[in-house]
Design a protein around this ligand. Sequence first.
Ligand code: CP3
Length: 342
Amino acid sequence: MQLKNDLLLRAARGEKVERTPVWLMRQAGRILPEYRAVRSNLSGFKELVETPERAAEVTIQPVDILGVDAAIIFSDILVIPEAMGLTYQMQEGKGPYFPKTIKSIKDVEKLKIVEPEEDLHYVLEALRITKKELSGRVPLIGFAGAPWTIFSYMIEGGGSKTFSKARKMLYNEPELSKILLDKITASTIAYLKAQIRAGADIIQVFDSWAGILGPDQYKEFSLDYISKICDAINDVPVTVFAKGAYNARKEISTLNCEVIGLDWNMGIAESKDIIGDTKTLQGNLDPCALYGSFSMIEKVTNEMLREFGPHRHIANLGHGVYPDTDPEKVKCFIEAVKNYQG
Ligand code: CP3
């Protein structure tokens, strides 16, 4: 189906756009009372993720309520470890928890390579329903975690300040680490291809814990695997968002991807210099800017747009929107992008 608003896809491919497209990471979620209402009728986050009709409903909410230029499928990066054999729990206010983690090569051998149509049928169904219900209003973003970020959760069993167990594994068991990263990569490629068949118009790879590795380890244990994913996805544009990967911006610019996400610590002019003009940049307002006054939000958004310039930019925050952000402030950001006169 022909998209009515394809600004995001054109910007991703480096084509001319009438204005900069805008969406927010984590736009489908707790910032919206309408999301909390749907969630309160279910047992929790996981049931929402695993119920395609409801997942589709909350995916579309920000399009209707906030006026964003894209929908991102409501799911989580942790469905991959789950489908490979490590189930997770989402603890209210605490985040994810894995009762079983990877400690030895035997644990790695037990993991399966994901067969998405079987193991992640619920996500694919949610994509198909969303695609139908959007009826071409805006593009639909599919996503997955980068292998390194998924690896970290599988070893740590949850979030961590230092990720010491995951980093320790790289030093003590580099072979095991690579076997595990290869398995995650194969699963992720199959999963992303299935998402595209189910209707995803663009793919984003989230490397949320990129920033905890030094440059050499980042290349060896993360970028090489992201690179395989980029090479395997050819039908739709790919966005790589590697949070905190300042050291790797040059290497990231050589990946076979169309869009590079910047976090709010990465200078815009400096990033443009390093990355060059063959990639579209996405980002990068500090999520905390949305705690500012309406006039402050307009001011910093305008400054951001001026610095990125009118082409090869997709406006977004530098990380997911914080759950206690006032939706009116989110709308102010979106309107500021839409009204910007460059
Ligand atoms: O709107 C969207 O962006 C789509 C949905 C989405 C979720 N998670 C829903 C979610 C996306 C793209 C993700 C990705 C994700 N999940 C990442 C990468 C992006 C990033 O933030 O760096 C990571 C690291 C995760 C893992 C994860 N999921 C954590 C650490 C948490 C707990 C922290 C929190 O925000 O509570 C989750 C839970 C989660 N995933 C929620 C949502 C809406 C909150 C759960 C709830 O409703 O209570």
